[in-house]
Design a protein around this ligand. Structure first.
Ligand SMILES: [Zn+2]
Length: 418
């Protein structure tokens, strides 16, 4: 059995791994990177793929999948929320960057038509592979993929979170059997998270300070998962000022409410969303940007979407505020804002006068959770540490080697045989 690294080598973006054994191949995720330019994982010939398995519906895991469906039908397996959210995100991607993409709506349709909904903990066969999806605790419907073939056992973690969050249950903590290979994410392997409840309280306090001080608060948040979690934090910690939500979150909200098994507390989600006013058009946007309110809006890294508009309007006034609530990838406007307090407004670089705070509501396991997870893994598997900045991937590999595993942060195109 061998694995080829098609992407996410020493970086976050373009996840893709090709697992081959006895002439059959499983493709695990096939994502893109959408920062400054569109970046794709290494090419793989669709006719070589026996099935496509998707861990979760973030673009860095699904964005290149339609490419495989240009003139081929490949069986696709994912959870129901992953399939439904993927359809929304990929069609939205086409709307925003259609001219730059090498596929159209018809390939997205084909991907969705070839999709089979998988449930957690229910093994199924693809050729000689026995595949089980396990709850990864990252976003609703996210999965780790456990693959058995002959006497070999492989685990691909996708993105995982072992911490308790309001929206989803934590990731599975124990994996049975001696593993031969683990492909693990390393996003937050460099450190530990701050106490989540503390962060939630600080976030509420900051939100109140801004809004009750007469300002507008912008919370740039991805429509998938983070926007809903922020809504739940506002609800449970009793933030009673006006809240607005913008972007495609509305569609995602519906999908999550229709898949209650994948949500930790569906009733709580429903109640939280009922307190929020949804923005429908530019007239609404221009009106609410002057209100004493909190606005939850994509994109989470300020790389487009309505959050760019709100940011331009509010960042010049010191009574307003911005709350960064997700990981800011290097090279994004959100990262630039955190590092230098600067933003681009219509081609000009401008200093931010509004207050700016970052809160850590990570949906990835931190260092301690990652190491605890590996302490529970039996055998001395080969480990590929991927999906993190270079020092995180290398650091995690180092820690795991210290625990008697054979870990390495692979480079793009590397092949590992087990
Ligand atoms: Zn993810």
């Amino acid at each position: 059995m061998k694995v080829k690294v098609l992407g996410a080598a020493k970086k976050v973006g373009c996840s893709g791994f090709l697992l081959t054994s006895s002439g059959q191949s499983l493709l695990l995720d096939y994502g893109i990177e959408t920062n400054r330019e569109m970046i794709y994982p290494l090419h793989v010939r669709p006719k070589e793929i026996s099935a496509l398995l998707t861990t979760h519906s973030h673009l860095d895991h699904i964005g290149a999948e339609p490419l495989l469906y240009i003139d081929k039908n490949i069986k696709h397996y994912a959870t129901k929320p992953t399939i439904q959210v993927s359809e929304v995100l990929l069609n939205d991607l086409l709307k925003i960057s259609g001219s730059k993409l090498p596929f159209t709506q018809s390939e997205v349709r084909s991907l969705i038509d070839n999709s089979n909904a998988v449930r957690y903990n229910e093994p199924f066969k693809v050729g000689d592979f026995r595949v089980t999806f396990l709850d990864a605790g990252h976003i609703p419907g996210s999965a780790m993929i456990y693959i058995e073939e002959g006497d070999k056992k492989v685990l691909y973690t996708g993105d995982m979170n072992h911490l308790d969050t309001r929206l989803v249950r934590p990731a599975v903590k124990e994996i049975s059997g001696d593993l031969d290979l683990v492909i693990t994410e390393s996003t937050y392997a460099h450190g530990d998270h701050k106490d989540r409840l503390d962060e939630e309280r600080k976030f509420i306090e900051y939100s109140r300070e801004i809004v009750e001080g007469g300002g507008t608060l912008l919370v740039p948040a991805f429509a998938v998962s983070r926007a809903q979690e922020i809504a739940e934090i506002y609800y449970e910690l009793e933030f009673n000022d006006e809240i607005y939500m913008d972007g495609m979150a509305l569609k995602i909200n519906e999908i999550y409410l229709n898949n209650p098994d994948f949500i930790r507390d569906p009733e709580m989600l429903r109640s939280s969303l009922s307190k929020i006013t949804f923005i429908k058009d530019w007239r609404d946007r221009r009106k609410i940007v002057k209100r004493k309110a909190s606005i939850i809006s994509p994109a989470g890294m300020l790389s487009g979407g309505a959050s760019t508009f709100y940011n331009e309007r509010i960042s010049g006034d010191d009574k307003n505020g911005i709350a960064i609530v997700s990981y800011q990838v290097e090279g994004t406007p959100g990262r630039e804002m955190l590092d230098n307090r600067m933003i681009w407004i219509r081609g000009r670089r401008a200093k931010i006068k509004a207050r700016l705070e970052q809160f850590e509501f990570s949906s990835h396991s931190g260092r301690t959770q990652l190491l605890d997870f590996f302490k529970g893994i039996s055998g001395s598997p080969r480990v590929l540490t991927i999906h993190g900045e270079p020092e995180s991937c290398a650091g995690l590999a180092n820690d795991l080697n210290g625990m008697g595993m054979k870990a390495v942060a692979p480079s793009l195109g590397d092949e590992v045989e087990i």
